[in-house]
Design a protein around this ligand. Structure first.
Ligand SMILES: Cc1cc2nc3c(=O)[nH]c(=O)nc-3n(C[C@H](O)[C@H](O)[C@H](O)COP(=O)(O)O)c2cc1C
Length: 205
């Protein structure tokens, strides 16, 4: 197959989505949606997160040094898309119905609808731009998983099907793990708040 050089893009490289949970200064939770997420090694599994630009999530993470990463699934996609659409610096972002609890080890908000959540502590922040473009290398202090997936007799295929993780790819689209189209960024958010202020869309995220 002949290869051609194209403008830089990751459009056909599917990414898994996570909702990051962080605590505001007043002890209330804030959630944002992220896809620049992968893994690294710190004597055990660790996490790499890239954040591109000033936002409430980054302010909270820098102040607290800890946050959670919660897997996005088909069930919680509208809420996750809302978290990636509304701006956390708007006072009413979190005026929506969200079931959350505190982490088992760290004081981080956990999204109850995620089948797996990582409680993360920053080990290193690496600047990749002017000021608020960063890569965070994080240690996983605890992993919380839905009981039904622990010591289960399910096959990997059955687990993937039951988890129903969402991916993003090409042209700001959401896709199911097995290739079903699930809508565009900022569209599913309207199931949560009809007239949601598309702060993130306006900022180009
Ligand atoms: C599908 C999707 C993926 C996103 N991934 C990232 C990401 O990896 N890094 C990032 O900095 N922003 C990302 N964003 C933008 C943030 O979700 C957005 O800035 C949001 O407002 C963050 O929440 P906050 O304002 O409460 O901090 C993404 C948005 C969407 C819709």
């Amino acid at each position: 197959m002949k290869k051609v050089s194209v403008p830089t893009t990751n459009d056909i490289c599917p990414q898994t989505l996570f909702v990051y949970g962080s605590m505001n200064e007043n002890g209330t939770p804030n959630f944002g949606l992220f896809c620049w997420f992968s893994y690294c090694w710190f004597e055990q599994l660790g996490v790499i997160c890239a954040i591109g630009g000033s936002k409430r999530t980054l302010e909270n993470i820098r102040r607290n040094g800890v946050f959670s990463a919660n897997l996005v699934t088909e069930n919680n996609l509208p809420l996750a898309d809302y978290f990636g659409t509304a701006d956390g610096r708007d006072n009413d972002k979190m005026d929506v119905s969200v079931e959350w609890e505190k982490g088992a080890v760290l004081s981080v908000p956990i999204l109850c609808s995620s089948p797996i959540s990582f409680e993360l502590e920053i080990d290193k922040e690496i600047s990749t731009g002017e000021k608020d473009e960063v890569v965070l290398l994080c240690r996983i202090r605890n992993t919380l998983k839905d009981e039904c997936f622990v010591d289960s007799s399910m096959t990997s295929e059955e687990i993937f099907k039951a988890t129903a993780a969402v991916r993003t790819c090409v042209d700001c689209d959401y896709w199911s793990w097995d290739g079903k189209y699930l809508g565009k960024w900022h569209e599913r958010a309207k199931e949560i708040k009809a007239n949601v202020e598309i702060g993130a869309a306006a900022r180009g995220n």
